[in-house]
Design a protein around this ligand. Sequence first.
Ligand code: ADP
Length: 594
Amino acid sequence: MFSFTYQFSRQVLGGWIFVIVIGSLSIWLANYWLGASTALELRKTSRERLSLYEATLLGELDKYRYLPFVLSGNEDVKELLTTFQDDTYFANKVSQSLAETNNKAEANVLYIMDKKGNTLASSNWQDETSFVGHNYSFRPYFQDAIEGREGRFFAIGTISGIPGFFMSHPVYEDSSIIGAAVVKVNLTPLQQQWNDGGENVFITDGNGVIFLASKKDWLYKSLRPIPSKQLQKLHQIRQYGASNFDILGTNHVSVAGDLATEIEGNRYLETKQDIANTDWKIHYLVSVSPITENQRTIVAIGIGVIVTLLVLALFIRERRQKVISTRRALEAEKMENMNRQLEIEIEERRRTEKELRAAQDGLVQAGKLAALGQMSAAIAYEINQPIAAIQNDVSNCVTYLKDENDQELNSSLTEISSLTEKMGMITAQLKNFARKSSMKIRPIDVVKAINRAGHLMQPVFNAQTVHLEIRTTPEAMLISGDEIRLEQVFVNLYRNAVDAMKFIKDEKIISINASVIDNQVNVTVSDTGTGLEDHVLNKLYDPFFTTKSNSESLGLGLSITYGIIKDLKGEIQASNNPDGGACFVLSFPRYIEK
Ligand code: ADP
């Protein structure tokens, strides 16, 4: 078994509704078609059966039709009606002869009536229900005969109570009518045959009264109300004894496109037809149950097919769903493994980054020391000069003291003070440079860092006759960071620029342009040096990449610079100026006070 945990998507639901609608429509069509064709088939069979029943009825009646005629020509009969009307012996002889004929013919009763309607002789003369002595002048078949016609009449026997079909013929003496010869045919066996066949057949007379029926319950019921005049006549001729002529209620209902007759709660297809030479109608009823049964079967099959299809579809969907979920579970597991792998790699990368950062910090320090070494000659030169001047001034001061030349003494002391101050400044900057940054993040002024780096490098600029030109726009250029590290950036760039311009004959200029654009502080550091070759541009920021042959050049300057700029969330880009020399463009996010 499988569970119906399946989620209906709109498309799937649409598909199912389509199947159900088409399926229902097909069932409805099949149902209608089968019902209609079964009804047609039943109608066809009904007509055949009806013709058959009519033929057997007429055959049964025709069998005895000749008897009254034959009897009417019998000489004994004529003598009975003329000469021996009151001769019981003769009458009994005729009755006996009628009984013998009846035995052979197997009719019900043969009898002879005089012209007043009295029965003189009868085949049943010895029975308790003998007709002899009874007057039947009220019966229409007698009146027909006495008026010279053949009489035909269906009625219930007034004495026997047995229903029968009466056929009469006038008895002539010369050309005058002297009486009537009558045969009564018992149609009860025919009725019984119909009943045994399990079929619903009945015959109605001109008033709509059922006088022959396979169903005894329906006998002497009328299909429609009988007008009172007719009713009066029926009682008068005692056609159906004391019958009340209850109405057999019928309704017409539509079944499978046909019109069915509903009697006592059962539905039938009714086929009827007039019986020739009578005002009778024969009715054949067939139950509609084959139609409804066929329809029920086709609906059951249809529903069965649809349900099977739906269950099959569900089953297939469920299976597919299972395959999909298994695949998803596998994919999820794979993803999880990948995730785990990724986490391990991220962790690894973090660790490496930490190590690199530690290494970089070390390199920053190393880079500073290298720069310090390179600068030391120039610094020594810068410091030696003031010391020599101070020595000179001190010996002059001794002389001025002796000579009490206060004015010159004062001037020399001022000179000494100024020289000492200059030396202090150089050592202070060196100290500042050599110190390892604590990387305290706070708002720092980019212009200040540019200037301080310039001060720091001033001795080198002087030694190499380099001019530093700084151009800035008036707005505050604050960024978040550590000022010592930012100074380091500019020192490195100045140092490289100085190196690049070492053998340049033309003017050696380092141009600085600082400005603010769109909350970015941009600084270009441009020189008039040799510029950057393509192969250098590609490796510019690689640690230990250097084109310089001197021992102080470690190839760390730009690598450290790059690291610091990244720490300050900034960018650096190198290019060449159109008229020669390198150009570095730096940009940092501007610090905005909140
Ligand atoms: P180093 O100065 O020790 O060589 P750097 O990382 O500072 O190390 O510089 C790497 C290389 O980039 C230098 O060797 C030089 O070839 C080139 N370079 C850097 N700045 C400039 C510049 N302003 N002009 C020309 N070349 C430069």
